[in-house]
Design a protein around this ligand. Structure first.
Ligand code: MEV
Length: 364
């Protein structure tokens, strides 16, 4: 059996605006998705026959990493509510990429990759893997798994599922964990990891160390309403087409995000909270909030440093940055929301079991 897991994410600043190249911040949360693979007589997901159209993310990864490979039984588990803006699909894609790579191993040549996807090589994520003929050795198990590769593959799959419009925010946060900042330029004071481009938009992906911040929590409140990201992203695109002046909101979200990033780096959580609440007002004027989110946000506000919807909106979840997680969580629950509590920046993708790796050697 091979098992990998990846965290969900919350967006602190910049959702939707990031699709247009504005800066945004996401943090990995404590809630995770896990993917377990074992050899099987036929393709199964959670004991049922595998239908590619019901699991497009897994199908897309299977084509890239397991083409012609033996049948697998795939078990998916986790505590990230689906379609709620918490990155469940990106976490699933990252965990599945990690598990599949772990289960197939990686060809190496002269101690370098002979196959794979990496930001260190030129070319778009759709150009296919950087690959050579059979290498001179193979690395198996956890040692061959790479966060960058999982992030690239998850972004490709997310973009496909969102009709080509997807930033690498969710996929990078779920792969690397911690705190991820996307920006339209390389930020001198942040740790630049790589740059991704899709459909003429480029994002410079950075990480920020938040390990010194330990006295604030995120309380996540779910409306229980499922709102597909693709529909919300399209709604904003249509709004901007009909009312080009709404691009001002997108640009202002970018300015607020920059203020939020500076506050995060200074450890000034009061200012982080204020910027989050301001960001929410701008999202509301883009039409991606809804009455159910507003009720939870009003309930959480008095005990929080900042409150906003998180992710695509239209339902899904809100987040509250708070020093009183119990009080904030109770307020949200009383208003009808289900809550989760997370610290601010959790661990990234992990291989939890590679005892049986490899499950397939495609290069023999
Ligand atoms: C979804 O979690 C975040 C959006 O900004 C879409 C994206 O970044 O691809 C709404």
């Amino acid at each position: 059996m091979v098992q990998a897991s990846a965290p969900g994410k919350c967006i602190l600043f910049g959702e939707h605006a990031v699709v247009y190249g504005q800066p945004a911040v996401a943090v990995a949360i404590d809630q995770r998705m896990s993917v377990e693979l074992s050899l099987s007589n036929d393709w199964r997901i959670d004991g049922m026959s595998f239908h590619p159209d019901r699991h497009p993310h897994v199908e897309a990864l299977k084509q890239r990493l397991w083409d012609l490979g033996p049948a697998l039984s795939i078990k998916i588990s986790g505590n990230i509510p689906p379609a709620s803006g918490l990155g469940s699909s990106a976490a699933l894609s990252v965990a599945a990429s990690a598990a599949l790579r772990c289960a197939r191993g990686r060809q190496m040549v002269d101690d370098d990759w002979a196959e794979g996807w990496t930001a260190a090589r030129p070319g778009s994520i759709y150009d296919g893997p950087w690959t050579s003929s059979k290498g001179d050795s193979v690395v198996n198990g956890a040692d061959c798994v790479d966060e960058d590769e999982c992030a690239i593959l998850a972004h490709a799959v997310e973009a496909y599922a969102q009709g080509g419009r997807a930033s690498p925010l969710d996929s990078s946060a779920c792969a690397h964990g911690g705190c991820i900042v996307l920006s339209d330029k390389i930020e001198d004071n942040l740790n630049w990891i790589y740059t991704r481009s899709l459909n003429g938009v480029s994002w410079h992906v950075h990480s920020v160390d938040l390990s010194n911040i330990d006295d604030v929590w995120l309380v996540i409140g779910s409306t229980g309403i499922h709102a597909p990201t693709s529909e919300q992203v399209e709604k904003v695109a249509n709004l901007i087409k009909e009312q080009p002046g709404k691009m001002r909101e997108i640009e202002t979200i970018g300015i607020v995000s920059r203020r939020g990033i500076a506050a995060l780096m200074n450890g000034d959580m009061e200012s982080v909270g204020r910027a989050m609440s301001e960001n929410h007002l701008l999202l509301r004027s883009l039409g991606v909030s809804c009455p159910e989110l507003e009720v939870l946000i009003s309930a959480a506000a008095p005990s929080s440093l900042g409150v906003k919807l998180t992710g695509a909106g239209g339902g899904g979840c809100m987040i509250a940055l708070t020093r009183n997680p119990k009080m904030t969580s109770e307020a949200i629950e009383l208003a009808g929301g289900r809550t989760l509590i997370s610290k601010l920046a959790s661990d990234g993708m992990k291989i939890d079991n590679d005892d049986k790796a490899p499950l397939w050697n495609p290069h023999e």
